[in-house]
Design a protein around this ligand. Structure first.
Ligand SMILES: [Fe+2]
Length: 561
């Protein structure tokens, strides 16, 4: 018996100290869960050994090391802790007896900025990118040129359909991790956070697209989920989801939420997105977690990403009965996001680029969009003097979200009109492929669509403003309230330069509408409307008057005594 134990010990010992010079690096290294004081480095090898990362602030002098798996493995996942925020570290990887990938100026990572700083951050987002084709390479290379011109991103977001056709191990190897048709160089220094798409799910739950995924989401496994190491336990901020399939984290002054749009099922207890269910009371473990998570964050910016788009104006895509997963995200995700003031949503799935105005409250098909849902119907372009403003108080407090479809990172639909009342602009054509860059700096967020040819084809800005958005000093000739103060009866004067649909609402200080009227075709010229509030049901105080002309709102204040 003693000899047997000794033999087992020798075998175990030999397997753990296998010299890693005999290994071939088959994936990575790549970076996961970027924290202020921690980073995960993940790589795959053909031969099993233990795992070690050596690191330091000079690539010529790596002073620290971290041992990962104590037993031999081909899937090496090493978490480094105790780092300094916003600091660049160089690294090499290997096993305890030798080095597999030597340190170099290209092998580095930068930790996230300190939580309490307003350090600017840059994101790069790609969607539907894993075709392993020329377009994928051109989008990747256009980002690298952009990074040379303007500086690199801190964080890389994958918006799903990360590989085609079926999310298999082999497809990820040849179309994502490959040195030619992949991102091998970027992986070594740009951490990514990822969501899954329907194509990734073909190797997780093959009948998901028909709603026939009969697997409990808590038992989903597959190649995609083996790749990612998200901070699901709240280690980087956010409420723990305890799941890889959706999660949240903080980076800089932003809170990021990764949702999973693929969790549809005809089995009610597995239908976590609510396909074929228009009940507004629908809920699921993911949606309950989402509410708790968004309610808890104190970050200035809230960004949510998933795969299947709630809005698309190309060929009636999101109005079609063939896209129930898209509809489910619109019906069940968006009301929660908007309730908690989410600023930006990034999705893919439709192979084009599109983005909305600053909108709120649109959960039906495109025909149900009303002017009331348009918080700001301008271009959002800062240089044109039209940035979207999100006010901290007043009638539109915290209201308005921009939804971006970035689904053309390795190809594009054929051209056809993009028509949806919520969509500001979009493109699809023979060479319309690109990616999306987001910059956050204090109270300002800029989004830019980067075409593969290096041109910026769309840009918008969102600005956080602590004010109310109400001009308290001017009563122009086209917006006059009198008498003011009053006893609940007053006249609203305005003028129209053309025949217009006009809405008049009165809101209380919390944004609740207490009076509303709409006129479909008011004539050109000056108008006087008598407003008579139901004094029996309101108290004395300050109220907002919202005048909507063809969906563009302006506000005034009225004091009721
Ligand atoms: Fe998709």
């Amino acid at each position: 018996m003693k000899k047997l134990i000794l033999l087992i010990l020798i075998i175990n010992c030999q397997s753990s100290i296998n010299n890693c010079s005999a290994q071939t690096l088959t994936r990575g290294p790549y970076l996961q869960s970027p924290g202020q004081t921690s980073m995960i480095i993940h790589w795959r090898t053909d031969v099993a050994t233990d795992s070690r990362v050596t690191y330091g602030t000079s690539f010529l002098n790596l002073t620290e090391f971290q041992i990962g798996n104590s037993t031999a493995t081909t899937e090496h996942i090493v978490k480094i802790s105790g780092l300094n925020p916003a600091t660049k570290y160089y690294y090499n990887i290997g096993c305890t007896t030798s080095t597999l990938l030597e340190s170099s100026p290209q092998n580095f990572f930068t930790t996230a900025p300190d939580t309490n700083s307003s350090h600017p951050i840059r994101l790069w987002a790609i969607g539907d990118f894993g075709h392993g084709n020329t377009a994928e390479l051109e989008v990747r290379d256009s980002y690298e040129r952009f990074a040379q011109r303007e500086g690199p991103a801190d964080l890389w977001l994958w918006l799903g359909d990360n590989v085609y056709q079926d999310g298999t191990e082999g497809e990820y190897d040849t179309k994502v991790f490959d040195s030619i048709y992949g991102f091998q160089k970027l992986f070594r220094h740009l951490p990514f956070a990822s969501t899954s798409g329907n194509h990734d799910y073909n190797s997780i739950c093959p009948w998901e697209q028909t709603g026939l995924c009969g697997v409990n989401p808590d038992q989903h496994t597959g190649p995609y989920l083996d790749i990612i190491d998200p901070p699901s336990e709240g280690e980087l901020g956010g409420v723990p989801s305890h799941r890889k399939i959706f999660y949240s984290f903080d980076y800089g002054d932003a809170h990021f939420v990764c949702l999973n749009s693929e969790l549809g099922s005809l089995t009610p207890s597995y239908n976590w997105i609510g396909i074929f269910n228009n009940d507004t009371a629908f809920t699921s473990p993911m949606l309950e977690w989402l509410k708790e998570d968004l309610a808890a964050t104190t970050k200035k910016w809230k960004i949510v990403f998933w795969h299947q788009t709630p809005y698309s104006g190309q060929s009636g895509f999101t109005d079609s009965f063939t896209q129930p997963f898209c509809a489910a995200t619109r019906v069940h995700f968006n009301p929660i996001l908007e309730k908690y003031g989410v600023d930006l949503v990034l999705v893919g799935h439709d192979h084009n680029y599109q983005r909305t105005y600053l909108i709120n409250g649109h959960y039906g098909k495109s025909t149900t969009f009303t002017p009331e849902m348009m918080i700001n119907g301008s271009s959002g372009n800062f240089d044109l003097g039209e940035p979207y403003i999100k006010y901290g108080s007043g009638p539109n407090a915290n209201k308005g979200t921009v939804y971006v479809i970035e689904g053309n990172s390795s190809g594009s639909n054929d051209p056809s009109p993009i028509e949806h009342p919520a969509i500001y602009w979009g493109e699809a054509c023979a060479d319309c492929w690109g990616s999306f860059v987001v910059d956050i700096n204090g109270d300002r967020l800029d989004g830019r669509y980067l075409h593969w040819s290096d041109s910026i084809r769309d840009e918008f800005t969102i600005i956080k403003d602590a004010g109310t958005g109400v001009n308290e000093t001017t009563n122009s000739e086209i917006f006059n309230i009198y008498p003011n103060p009053n006893n609940g009866q007053f006249r609203l004067e305005y003028s129209l330069s053309k025949k217009s649909t006009v809405t008049i609402d009165v809101l209380d200080i919390s944004g609740r509408v207490i009076y509303s009227q709409t006129a479909a075709a008011e004539s050109t010229g000056k108008h006087n409307e008598n407003i008579n509030l139901d004094k029996a049901n309101i108290s004395a105080g300050t109220y907002f008057v919202r005048l909507g002309i063809e969906g563009i709102n302006r506000f005034g204040k009225v004091k009721v005594e």
